[in-house]
Design a protein around this ligand. Structure first.
Ligand code: UDX
Length: 415
């Protein structure tokens, strides 16, 4: 059967159209696949980009955090240390200060560093603070060791100022056994170290070795009036045995020792929770709190400023004098008078209130400083008002810095 030309043409057109449609369809399908693949690919890239972006953001955040931390640390590390004197090896000494991060110790550190010596501080930070010596951290002449001297210590030094011990009544009464251990085992360890090295040792003793004295003012020849089982015994008997140990070692081992009997001392860097009368009264006055006088307030004390004490300690260490020497300011005040002095100096609305007396509180205390005058040519120079003003300024700054009153009030309980 033959097809008509018209039909043939029609068939041809149909088949061609079909082929074209098929091809277009295939192409279309192909295109669709490609587009789908491409969009998947794009999605994949976008996903990865998002992850990278997130990682970058997180890293930038961490870097910023680290930068902030570095800034804080850098701000605490003085780039320029106070200028220290140059000492050649003949005059330069390696000096150990136990309790060197405490109130008295840190002022002694400053002075010896400025003189150009190498200073090693050993402290257990029971009452001392790193903050007190941070101005020297990183200095090539300075080293800070966290160590409790009731454990032996092995270092090489030429001289030792042995100051380690809590000194404020509420602090030393808080852990009396620890106070005794520090003043017995600690002193034995330090004397043992000094014997091995042939180093000179200065023992920081206290006016508390005189107890509640029957002799007034107190010369070094007075043997004292101490209650051996009272609440203060851990400290006053602790210091008495410390002195005894020093003289026993000196005699038996032919050692070079010095003993300073330190009377009430005050000044910047006293801890806000120190609990002694100067810091308590100033903080109470600054915060318009009640000024708490323990007992009648008729008991007396004589207050020396910290820089005078530091002068005396260094003079004594460098002297040839080996018997105990009182270091204190002989100007005496009742605690009632002292409360009024502080109230007037600080101003504010505080009132003075009498609260329960402290057990075994010495009723009078004033140093006889004839010996210090004679053998050291030393006497205190800073008048009470001047020293107190510096201390008030210091506590004002401390209160501001730590927003202290918001966090807690000082403890004004009797020890
Ligand atoms: O808030 C207070 C704190 C203390 N006081 C009184 O002020 C007097 C001095 O007390 P402190 O606590 O300052 O010091 P103390 O004289 O009792 O002991 C001090 O003696 C000499 C150093 O060796 C020591 O730093 C410390 O033991 C005491 O009579 C005490 O009862 C107050 O009336 N109110």
């Amino acid at each position: 059967m033959s097809l008509s030309p018209w039909k043939t043409k029609k068939t041809f057109i149909c088949i061609t159209t079909l082929v074209i449609v098929c091809m277009l369809y295939i192409k279309y399908c192909d295109n669709t696949d490609n587009t789908a693949n491409e969009s998947l690919h794009l999605k994949d890239i976008k996903g990865r980009n998002d992850i990278i972006k997130h990682d970058l953001e997180e890293t930038a955040f961490k870097i910023n955090n680290l930068k902030e931390k570095i800034k804080i640390l850098e701000s605490r590390m003085p780039k320029h240390y106070p200028e220290v004197r140059f000492l050649n090896y003949v005059h330069k000494k390696r000096i150990l200060i136990t309790g060197g991060a405490g109130f008295v110790g840190s002022h002694l550190v400053d002075r010896l560093m400025l003189q150009g010596h190498e200073v090693i501080v050993v402290d257990n930070f029971f009452t001392g603070r790193k903050l007190n010596v941070e101005q020297w951290i990183g200095h090539m002449n300075f080293e800070l060791i966290h160590h409790d001297i009731i454990n032996p210590l092995y270092i090489e030094v030429d001289e030792i100022y042995h100051l380690a011990s809590p000194a404020s009544p509420p602090h030393y009464m808080k852990n009396p056994v620890k106070t005794i251990k520090t003043n017995t085992l600690g002193t034995i360890n330090i004397l043992g170290l000094a014997r091995r090295l042939g180093a000179r040792v200065l023992i920081a003793s206290t006016s508390e070795v005189y107890g509640d004295p029957d002799i007034h003012p107190q010369p070094e020849t007075y043997w004292g009036h101490v209650n051996p089982i009272g609440p203060r015994a851990c400290y006053d008997e602790g210091k008495r045995i410390s002195e005894t140990l020093a003289y026993a070692y000196a005699k038996q081992e032919n050692m070079s020792i010095r003993v300073a009997r330190i009377f009430n001392t005050y000044g910047p860097r006293m801890h806000m929770n120190d609990g002694r009368v100067v810091s308590n009264f100033i903080l109470q006055a600054l915060q318009n709190d009640v000024i708490t006088v323990y007992g009648s307030g008729e008991q007396t004390r004589s207050f020396q400023f910290i820089s005078d004490l530091v002068d005396g300690l260094i003079l004594l260490m460098n002297s040839n004098y080996t018997l105990p020497v009182n270091l204190g300011n002989p100007i005496e005040h009742t605690i009632n008078e002292f409360a009024t002095i502080i109230k007037e100096l600080v101003g504010g609305r505080s009132t003075i209130q009498h609260v329960t007396e402290v057990e075994d509180d010495p009723q009078r205390r004033r140093p006889d400083i004839t010996r210090a005058k004679t053998v050291l040519n030393w006497e205190p120079k800073v008048p009470l008002n001047e020293g107190l003003q510096k201390t008030v300024d210091y506590f004002k700054k401390e209160l501001k810095q730590f927003n202290y009153s918001q966090r807690s009030k000082i403890s004004v309980e009797n020890p």
